[in-house]
Design a protein around this ligand. Structure first.
Ligand SMILES: CC(C)(COP(=O)(O)OP(=O)(O)OC[C@H]1O[C@@H](n2cnc3c(N)ncnc32)[C@H](O)[C@@H]1OP(=O)(O)O)[C@@H](O)C(=O)NCCC(=O)NCCS
Length: 192
């Protein structure tokens, strides 16, 4: 016990404590505060405290959209990420609007960046841990299954895509009549 108490005292009274506090505060402001002044988001957008937003001046979020726990929305200095209205994201979704080149013999950290916009339509659901790569467009009403990697644009509306690379696996079903009380909308795959 005394050993741990001494460790606390020894570290609190050190320059590395100040350096560490400064680093943590700077990181906190960069990750959680500064981007809020630059992002283009409708007033009712919900962005989880653990989401990571980069180059927020190039991030546009439509009405009633939700960026969930541990999502990365990383725009580039030279390319935008445009998210439509009523977008739903599962946890851990990643959108990157630039790629590093992969030229052989050149360290990855020095590779040139290739930036291209990502544009997501309205009423899209990006399933948990899906990845959306630079230069892709996703049409209105598309569902991206959990774990999918979207490497090419999805141009057909209301389809369900899944897999790596993402392909159409199904369609969203029409609303189902539930009697006099109205209709129930079931967004599940059709034809099964
Ligand atoms: C895509 C999804 C919506 C489909 O749900 P569903 O309509 O109930 O579909 P089913 O589970 O009946 O599966 C239908 C087919 O799609 C396949 N499939 C389902 N999820 C898949 C996925 N994530 N990746 C690839 N294929 C998938 C199934 O294997 C099945 O294939 P089969 O017809 O050859 O057997 C669902 O599986 C999913 O990924 N949901 C995301 C959940 C999530 O991220 N939640 C976070 C909270 S916001």
């Amino acid at each position: 016990m005394i050993r741990y108490a001494w460790e606390v005292v020894r570290n609190v009274l050190s320059l590395r404590f100040l350096a560490s506090m400064g680093y943590s505060l700077g990181y906190y402001i960069h990750e959680h505060v500064a981007w809020r002044a630059r992002i283009h988001a409708a007033p009712d957008v919900r962005i989880h405290a653990t989401a990571s937003i980069r180059n927020a001046q190039n991030v546009y979020v439509g009405k009633n959209s939700h960026i969930n726990h541990l999502c990365c929305v990383w725009a580039d200095e030279h390319s935008r990420i445009v998210l439509g209205d009523n977008l739903l994201m599962g946890p851990g979704v990643c959108l990157f609007s630039s790629n590093h080149s992969t030229v052989k013999g050149q360290p990855m950290t020095y590779q040139e960046r290739r930036a291209a916009d990502i544009v997501i339509g309205d009423d899209v659901w990006l399933g948990a841990h899906s990845v959306i790569t630079a230069g892709t467009t996703i049409a209105n009403g598309v569902v991206v299954a959990a774990g999918a990697v979207v490497t090419r644009s999805i141009t057909e509306e209301n389809v369900i895509v899944g897999g790596v690379p993402a392909k159409v696996i199904s369609q969203r079903r029409e609303p189902v009549e539930v009697g006099a009380g109205g209709t129930e909308t079931l967004e599940v795959a059709a034809g099964r």
